[in-house]
Design a binder for this molecule. Structure first.
Ligand SMILES: O=C(O)CCC(=O)C(=O)O
Ligand SMILES: [Fe+2]
Length: 436
């Protein structure tokens, strides 16, 4: 069925189901990702299902800065072209590539290096996550957060603390949501409010500052990968900075929860703790199953304890086959220096869509520790498109589309982009993750 793009436009409001239902190719897109995730589980890995390759020679490292500071002055920053290449120039189609393992550009994962104040602010976010779980373990302090549970803020919007996600006390997750601040000088409000009460004001504000840095990094990455203008990126990407104009700042008050929920950002921070690992030697015991994220980008300050692995198609047979590949563990580059912070930047489903299949959404999983009796804490930031009715995708204006490019994306699907023209980005979220 071919649906003319012009009939798909929505101008806010409108019936979500009727508009999203008219996008058969988008549904196929979602289904094809599900198939790739399944295939990664069955994959003919070079190292077998349980082993992995490390990233030292596989995943590109991008040097970025947010703040203009002393420590950034002498650094050579990755250019937008470097960033674009790192995510899109896939080893599988590059004839010059002589290696035997897949390149990151086939995985949708890059590593971002930050230094100086940028690194400090992201460390503040890591400390905030640590403080949170230290608080959870503190008998006298944890009652409020344990009682919170996961609660519904409004349709499709949840927050809260699930202390027993997989039913076996192996994983705990806190889903936070952000409310944009009244003015630019202020930090967003983080829900559930109990998180802030648990960690204290200073840790909370450090955490929010780290998120701000990561939002800025993700805006740079998105812009460069998709060739967007700053304006188009700001319109698309929810960095929790924009308030709903219909609610005046006087009405923005944590006591008035209804006004707040209208403004809850579609991006969010997740605080995860995996308890000490059960010895594992099969995919069945993954701490977090192979999956993709429903995001533009997921930014994860590289946790102290490794475990995250990304799926990279293999070049072993120098043929494109989703079934052939390996798990790659993003680790610090061998030549890392003190004061540097590494952030793992995974492309989400929306990045694959908007790049017209050039950037694969990153399939990833978390394997438990075999020997160490340690807990792994991770704090991924899920950077998503705005929920706003204004965030309508205008392909011609927003994206510098593929016309000049020689290479077709590995996962290019003819007609899909046209089908999504003038789409309210929230319609996409409804199709791809109805329960988010
Ligand atoms: O634990 C991690 O580092 C990643 C977690 C993850 O993939 C997710 O929360 O979607
Ligand atoms: Fe994930």
């Amino acid at each position: 069925i071919v649906v003319p793009a012009s009939s798909l436009g929505t101008t806010g409001g409108g019936n979500r189901l009727s508009t999203s239902g008219a996008r058969p190719l988008l549904r196929e897109f979602g289904d094809s990702i599900a198939v790739r995730v399944r295939d990664s589980k069955l994959g003919r890995n070079r190292f077998g299902l349980e082993k992995h390759f490390s990233s030292a020679s596989t995943l590109p490292v991008l040097d970025l800065k947010v703040q203009d500071c002393q420590s950034n002055a002498q650094r050579r920053m990755s250019t937008p072209a470097d960033i674009h290449t790192a995510y899109t120039a896939c080893g599988l189609t590059s004839l010059n590539y002589k290696g035997t393992h897949g390149l990151s550009s086939g995985s949708g994962c890059c590593i971002v290096r930050l230094v100086g104040e940028d690194a400090e602010s992201v460390s503040g976010l890591v400390d905030f996550a640590d403080d949170f779980f230290a608080g959870v373990d503190n008998e006298s302090a944890n009652r409020a957060i344990n009682n919170v549970g996961v609660f519904r803020i409004s349709n499709n919007v949840h927050a809260g603390f699930d202390k027993n996600v997989n039913g076996d006390d192996k994983m705990q997750v806190c889903y936070t949501k952000l409310i944009p601040p009244k003015s630019e000088a202020e930090l967003p409000i983080l829900l559930p409010l109990e998180v802030g009460e648990l960690v204290g004001e200073s840790s909370l504000s450090d955490g929010c500052n780290g998120m701000k840095t990561l939002f800025s990094v993700s805006a740079q990455l998105t812009r460069a990968v998709l060739g967007m203008t700053k304006e188009a990126t700001d319109k698309l990407l929810d960095d929790s900075s924009l308030r709903n104009e219909e609610v005046s700042s006087d009405e923005m008050d944590s006591a008035n929860i209804d006004n707040l929920t209208d403004n809850v950002s579609n991006s969010y921070q997740r605080l995860i703790r995996y308890s000490s690992g059960v010895a594992s030697n099969s995919d069945d015991t993954a701490a977090f199953w192979p999956h993709v994220d429903s995001t533009l980008l997921t930014l994860i300050p590289m946790p102290e304890i490794p475990g995250l692995e990304v799926w990279a198609p293999s070049l072993t047979n120098s043929k494109i086959s989703d079934l052939s590949g390996e798990w790659v563990r993003p680790i610090k580059p061998t030549k890392s220096a003190d004061g540097e912070i590494y952030v793992i930047a995974l492309a989400g489903e929306f990045m694959e869509l908007l790049s017209d299949g050039k950037v694969p959404t990153c399939i990833h999983r978390v394997m438990p520790q075999n020997t160490l009796k340690q807990q792994r804490i991770s704090a991924p930031l899920f950077v998503r498109p705005r929920r706003s009715k204004h965030a309508v995708l205008n392909l011609a204006a927003d994206l510098s589309l593929t016309s000049g490019d020689q290479e077709e994306g590995m996962y290019h699907q003819k007609g899909l982009m046209e089908e999504c023209d003038q789409m309210r980005v929230w319609d996409y979220m409804e199709i791809m993750s109805p329960d988010n």
